[in-house]
Design a protein around this ligand. Structure first.
Ligand code: ADP
Ligand code: MG
Length: 553
């Protein structure tokens, strides 16, 4: 046939397909979740266009997803009445990957395989990395996709592939808009042509798809927007299933916040902190994970406008009746109402975290271990919520055991009465700090000092002039605000050295060090060490960070 065009997959897709096809992946039933979620996305997009454009002419097909099983032919067919795809869209969406995060995911998968543990490659993240469609090849030896775009005068196309390097595109003859995907199942995947099995998988992974999902004509899912219900009407299990549904996730959510308000804005928000933070394992920066709705209609997926960047680890939905439905997605970022929603929801989320930290500090410490990065990033960059973010910070100190954490508020609560300031000392770890000279006098006087292990900690603290009216001072800094040390002798002080001897020693230091120091002083802050270098510009790690920044500029 002359009309059949053969096209190569982009290299990354070929690599991915090679893994998908050759892995013994136990949870391969997730392919169905991925295909249903694509069908639901396409349906949602169509619904949105219908509400905001007048261009759609055709007779309306029902907004639903239908699945047919055929045990004799060993096929599984998934049909949606969504937006469909033009030929250009087919080539772009099912042949190339633009997103660098997905490429990174595939690169890591490929490396794990080369390293040898290949037969058990973990593909469960495939949906989160925007390449879910290809999971169909875990169970199918051939995938055929029939599609027609909803745009008037669109043509119909057939896309097919066996997953080995290339795919075919040819004209089709379908009159309805939407997409039908036919999977010719592999011999070891014939059970996916059984209706019972398909029903079970849909109930497990796709209960919350917002459109009817029918298997051989019978509806299986419960169509509802659970965030619009009262918390008392929703079970723990429903919440968890919903989280797994929206994030294509396998883990349990770590925290969940469900709230609604009517004034000053109408907001319904259901937010989750996921069970794990993949960024800390070196995956590239996460995308935002909160979807914006208006009266249950999806306005923007993974909205960048609705939560600040540091909240990118949060998954969930925000629904507001106050948003105009026909708001253009391009201008969301500049929309004053969206900015207001962002502010209210972010504030509520921070308040929620603060409550969690009070109610169950041990659990909050686990949260801190995984997600502290984001809170610190926020404290360093989000001026509007700085105070609340700073209250969420945690530190070790010379008075905590290793791994035990204290907040700034806790610190102030147990400060010595005569103590003027909050102190901190930086170092790459506890050992380094405790073997350095800066801590000596504080230890000797029984004063608590926070430990900062990362430059961003120092960046945040040095940018905070005060907390609860207490100054915040780096122990390395040459500051008037250090404890009133000169008034007291260290506990193990010998009798005074005669003044002329002190002067002679200081002169010798000044002469020897020359321009490298601005001043040399006799001090009583040291207990065991003979000398210490102080700085007038903040901590050493701050200086290092500034040097790096200056070099980059
Ligand atoms: P993601 O859904 O995260 O974008 P997928 O690999 O699942 O990644 O799908 C890739 C793209 O293919 C989708 O973004 C969409 O544009 C297109 N697509 C897949 N399935 C359908 C469908 N049933 N109808 C319309 N477009 C689809
Ligand atoms: Mg998808």
């Amino acid at each position: 046939n002359n009309n059949v065009e053969t096209r190569e997959f982009q290299t990354e897709i070929t690599q991915l397909l090679d893994i998908v096809i050759n892995s013994l992946y136990t949870e391969r039933e997730i392919f169905l979740r991925e295909l249903i979620s694509n069908a639901a996305d396409a349906t949602e997009k169509l619904r949105y266009c219908r509400l905001t454009e007048n261009e759609i002419s055709e007779s309306e097909q029902p907004l639903e997803i239908s699945i047919e099983t055929d045990e004799e032919k060993h096929t599984l067919t998934i049909t949606d009445n969504g937006i469909g795809m033009t030929k250009e869209e087919l080539i772009e969406n099912l042949g190339t990957i633009a997103h660098s995060g997905s490429k990174e995911f595939i690169r890591q998968l490929t490396e794990v395989r080369k390293a040898g543990s290949g037969s058990n490659t973990d593909l469960s993240l495939i949906g989160q990395f925007g390449v879910g469609f290809y999971s169909a090849f875990m169970v199918a030896e051939k995938v055929t996709l029939y599609t027609r775009s909803f745009r008037p005068d669109s043509e119909s196309w057939i896309w097919s592939s066996n997953g080995a390097g290339s795919y075919l595109i040819e004209p089709g003859d379908q009159s309805n808009y939407g997409t039908r995907i036919v999977l010719q199942l592999k011999e070891n995947a014939y059970n996916f042509s059984k209706a019972d099995e398909i029903n079970r998988i849909i109930k497990q992974y796709s209960s919350f798809v917002p459109y009817p999902v029918k298997v051989n004509g019978e509806k299986v899912n419960t169509v509802e927007a659970i965030w619009t219900k009262n918390a008392s009407e929703i079970s723990e299990q429903e919440y968890t299933e919903f989280y797994k549904y929206i994030d294509n996730a396998f883990d349990e959510p770590f925290y969940r916040m469900h709230f609604s308000s009517d004034a000053p804005l109408s907001i319904k928000a259901l937010l989750f902190v996921p069970g794990e933070n993949y960024e800390r394992f070196g995956f590239s920066k996460m995308e935002r994970g909160v979807n914006l709705f208006c009266k249950k209609v999806l306005i923007q997926e993974k909205s960048e406008a609705i939560v600040p960047e540091w909240m990118r680890f949060v998954r969930g939905v925000i629904d507001s009746d106050d948003l105009p439905l026909n708001i253009s997605r391009e201008t969301l970022q500049d929309n004053a109402l969206v900015a207001k929603l962002n502010k209210v929801v972010t504030g509520r989320f921070l308040k929620y975290l603060e409550e969690q930290a009070k109610d169950d500090p041990a659990k909050y410490n686990q949260f801190w271990e995984k997600f502290s990065r984001f809170i610190k990033e926020g404290a360093a960059s989000d001026y509007a919520h700085k105070d609340a973010l700073v209250r969420l910070l945690r530190f070790e100190s010379n008075m905590t055991a290793e791994g035990e954490l204290i907040s700034l508020e806790g610190y102030v609560g147990r400060m010595r009465e005569e103590q003027k300031a909050i102190y901190y000392v930086s170092g790459s770890n506890r050992k380094v700090i405790e073997s350095g000279p800066y801590l000596e006098i504080f230890k000797d006087k029984g004063i608590e000092v926070l430990y900062t292990y990362e430059p961003i900690d120092d960046y945040i603290l040095s940018g905070l002039p005060e907390f609860k009216e207490k100054k915040i001072v780096a122990a390395e800094q040459d500051s008037q605000d250090l404890p009133d040390l000169d008034a007291e002798q260290p506990s193990n002080a010998e009798s005074d050295i005669p003044e002329d001897e002190v002067k002679a020693l200081l002169d010798w230091f000044k002469e020897t060090l020359g321009d490298r120091v601005t001043e040399v002083r006799a001090s009583k802050r040291l207990v065991d060490s003979p000398a210490v270098v102080l700085s007038s510009y903040g901590t050493h790690s701050m200086q290092k960070m500034m040097q790096i920044m200056n070099k980059d500029m």
